[in-house]
Design a protein around this ligand. Structure first.
Ligand code: SF4
Ligand code: SF4
Length: 291
């Protein structure tokens, strides 16, 4: 099954609005993924009801066995993350500060330190109100290794795809070009970049295009809020033309997007004629490219 990944250079560009709109317009034909595990919200706009929630473990968190500990203080002295505190005459490890490096475990003369698997989040499967299945995740506050959790989301998506009646995976990626994005696009069929007319957005879009090219993944683009800065929109269009990147759509700045988010809906559900016309055009591009 082919997979379309929706990306943007930074948050707030309209990536999830586009992913939500595609989810609504494709309905049961799409299997959905939300790989923005640091701040996932596709489940909110699609009204997804959670059916499966699995614990996700990554790395280690140290813990002191106070029955064995002799309060020598060596572990607290060497922990460069200041995760080991002396409270009420006892050494304790603050799990929020522990990076799981294992140094304290190695140097404790009494073998009083245990390295437990670190619980860093949840992998979830939910059913949207459009009849489609959504695989998403949530990373615990302060937890790391979001790239590994993204890989787990994609693994689950591929497992479900084998038994699904859907014929396309639509994945909402995380912003930027870091580790979670690399984990999201590996093996994807096509990347849809959502950009907006701004110097930083243009720069971010160029970096995403270079990333897609490095991974040999085809790419296309949508310009959101294209009418707030016409000269910059022209610059983006010119850049896309010079680099043979298809422009699949231009969405105007409109209150519909804000209202949709505050009503926990997708933009096309608000039936704005111009915006729905543009989204329908984008869906046709998606179908022609990937179905
Ligand atoms: S190094 Fe071991 S024995 Fe010493 S304070 Fe730490 S846990 Fe206790
Ligand atoms: S595992 Fe590393 S970070 Fe965690 S308490 Fe021990 S020394 Fe500090």
């Amino acid at each position: 099954m082919k997979e379309l990944v929706v990306l943007s250079g930074k948050g707030g560009t309209g990536k999830t609005s586009v992913s939500g709109a595609l989810a609504y317009l494709l309905g049961k034909n799409a299997l959905l993924g939300d790989c923005d595990v640091d701040a996932s919200n596709l489940h909110l706009v699609t009204g997804a009801k959670n059916t499966i929630s699995e614990d996700f473990f990554s790395g280690c968190i140290a813990e002191i066995n106070n029955l064995k500990c002799t309060n020598c203080g060596r572990c607290a002295n060497i922990c460069r993350f200041n995760a080991i505190e002396y409270i009420n005459n006892t050494y304790v490890i603050n799990p929020m500060h522990c990076e799981g490096c294992g140094y304290c475990y190695e140097i404790c003369p009494k073998e009083a330190i245990i390295l437990n698997p670190g619980h860093t989040g949840y992998l979830k499967v939910s059913e949207t109100r459009f009849g489609s299945t959504l695989v998403h995740a949530s990373l615990n506050i302060g937890a790391e290794n979001s790239g590994k959790l993204v890989s787990r989301v994609r693994e689950k998506l591929n497992q479900i795809a084998d038994d699904s009646n859907a014929n396309l995976i639509i994945t909402d990626g995380s912003p930027g070009i870091g580790c979670p994005v690399i984990a999201t696009i590996t093996g994807a069929s096509h990347i849809l970049i959502v950009t907006e007319p701004g110097m930083s957005a243009l720069h971010d879009m160029e970096r995403l295009i270079k990333l897609a090219q490095a991974f040999k993944i085809s790419v296309s683009c949508i310009i959101n809020k294209y009418d707030i800065e016409n000269d910059l929109t022209k610059n983006i269009e010119e850049y896309l033309k010079q680099n043979n990147i298809p422009l699949w759509g231009k969405l105007p700045y409109n209150d519909v997007f804000r209202i949709a988010v505050s009503d926990l809906k997708t933009a096309p559900e608000l039936n704005h004629e111009l915006i729905n016309k543009e989204f329908k055009k984008i869906v046709e591009f998606v179908k022609n490219k990937l179905l």
